[in-house]
Design a binder for this molecule. Sequence first.
Ligand code: ATP
Ligand code: MG
Length: 812
Amino acid sequence: RQLNIEELLEGLNDQQRAAVEHRGAPLLVVAGAGSGKTRVLTRRIAYLLGVGGATPGEILAITFTNKAAAEMKERVAELVGARARSMWVSTFHSMCVRILRNEATHLGYKSTFTIYDSADSQRLVALVAADLDLDSKRFPARSLAAQISNLKNELLDPATAAERADSDIAKVVAEVYAGYQARLKAASALDFDDLIMETVALLQVFPAVAEHYRRRFRHVLVDEYQDTNHAQYTLVKELVGGAHDAREVRAADGELVRAATSSIPAAELVVVGDADQSIYAFRGANIRNIVEFERDYPSARTILLEQNYRSTQTILSAANAVISRNPERRAKNLWTAAGNGEMIVGYVADNEHDEAAFVTKEIDRLVDEGSIRFGDVAVFYRTNSSSRAFEDVFVRMGMPYKIVGGVRFYERKEVRDALAYLRALANPADEVSLRRILNTPKRGIGDRAEAALAVYSQKEKVPFAQALASVADIPFIATRSVKAISGFNEMMDLLRADLDGGAEPADLLTSVLEKSGYTELLEISSDPQDASRLENLEQLVTVLRERVEILQGGEENFAAGAPLLAAVLEQLSLVADADSIPDSEAGMVTMMTLHTAKGLEFPVVFLIGWEDGLFPHMRALADDKELAEERRLAYVGITRSRERLYISRAVTRSTWGQPGANPASRFIQDIPEELVDWQRLAEAPDYGSGSQSWYGGGGSRSAPVSAGRFSSSGGFSGSGSSFGSGTGGSQYGESAQSRLAATGTKSTGRTGWQNSATLALAVGDRVSHDKYGLGTVIASEGVGVRATATIDFGAAGKIRLMLIGGVPLTKL
Ligand code: ATP
Ligand code: MG
């Protein structure tokens, strides 16, 4: 196709155009949300290809999620055609996997290495800590794993960590770190942080390897640069090379590993970012990388973008008002030509159910008006646990929705078990996976047998798999267990023979589930959740088929059997949260955490749970740095919205089963009053002393009722992991999943709930519920859409239900 240069530059403003056309020196594009940073990167790639400034193979673009990478690749392909395929557009992690798989032998890993996700690595840390006889209360695996991760993000190896350890705890961490690394290596496994750290080591220690990639990638482009951590920053520097590479690298003994010069000129580097959107400090992200770009790359040019193309002026003004209160920040003049648009809608709910009902009603109204589709709407929350109340109401009302992140498909137990089987088959050295499936489903191999195997493997210095094979020679294993283990070995041998015979991953999984008895167990079970577990496993078989298809359509070829299986497993372990948004399902409301929302945009956005203690998060209330990060998160949230923005909070909210009162988020106060149309205010504030509750007036904010509640519930302790796959999500684990599975991905039949009458119930009434059975009303509150009743269902417990139409409840 003949490319027209003007076409490639069309629809860009002067600064965007300058960034696209810029050549030579490193370029930093800093700009607020929605100003076209990502668009600049996409266009720049198309432009370089269009004017012959680069071949597709010379381009390396790094995005924050795999979804963003796929989108970018697709956009470039739209502009320049199919040759865009051989570009590398990926996340840091995917890129590193690709490099490491090619070069693994240099580092002593097999090229079929396994990738441990955070749950796997936590398990391994727990094993190491147990070996060291550490008290798991004083040194919880989760916290040890987090500290090891921090060290890796700073590129500190175990030896250096031990050297620098200045406290008893740091010494313990360093010791666990060393044991953990040894075990990873023995299992030929890498964790997420290793992917980056080992790639950096590879490039620093093997000049020929570094040279190879530097010759190849003449253009390096990085999106969301404000969220790079030190390891990622160093990686970019190593890949770019050239004059910035004027450092020597010495091994621990002082020997010169690499001289300071490089014959290849530096690659052209373009990074884009926004310091106001840095929200991953807990993963070691460092705004410094953006603030000091010009110092790190002295010849750098900086371009500022000031026009926002995403949002209305009202939305931008609110975002600016919130973020401008952060100290030590460069002020920006973000403006939009879009006009004021709709006012922000505020809503103060009595409780979280009421909040969910309001959002549901509002979405219904907008859709009925014909102005939007369900897929145009997103609901963002600070912690995963907030989605629960929404799920309840959405399911009841037949609102089509999907949850991104949180209880992810790949975090479900049955899915993880199945994948562990496949991993153990692809890589017999993978100890964590082997031990996970050894007695799953239960086959009579107890903890003691497992421990004996582990001791044998340690003492004889043989892999765990070999200990399994030599089970007959190991003392202290009961005959019954020996038999069970032999049976397990036989099964694995059969499966491995299937694999070596070239079995497709999907077919292999089917035999795994059959031979292991996993399917049978679920089939005969009377637990309704097991039915949805079966469905999930079925879905996994489908996923494997799809993945193989995608892989086989790609540029690389994988031999049937283990290499293909390893490639598929690797892809699955890299599926980031945002990737689970299926593009074809444009007709569903999207729910996700604020962290996952970065880079995305939606016509209608609901920001829920704006309450001090929830958002900003409890632990940020007394910590200025954390509070600044929360404020950036608010800025990210507000700026996802294109046309309509809703902000809501609940006067009371149950967290971890305990109801409590929350004052309004301090961020609400920061938004100028004239921008917000409060559709409902708190009726009877049950905290503070008669102050205007919707603004959470001064003194009431620190009302003891809220402080006491949070500390007693203990639900908000922990560092940075209450979103994503951490505590917040897992608390609701299986139940939320089964609900998701039950709704399926189809839009369920909708109830015209605005019209249906609410149920009037009084204390003492007898009722029958489709799911919970017979019960007696023990309390009732509120009227109309806010009516709720607490019902004693006997064995099913005391449950509080909303009495809006559609609830499967009958008064007897
Ligand atoms: P974020 O900081 O949230 O990542 P961003 O700076 O990357 O935002 P983009 O996502 O690239 O911004 O652009 C925001 C929206 O504005 C997109 O819908 C994009 O297509 C549109 N846009 C960007 N530049 C222009 C332009 N010059 N003309 C019209 N629309 C534009
Ligand atoms: Mg962007």
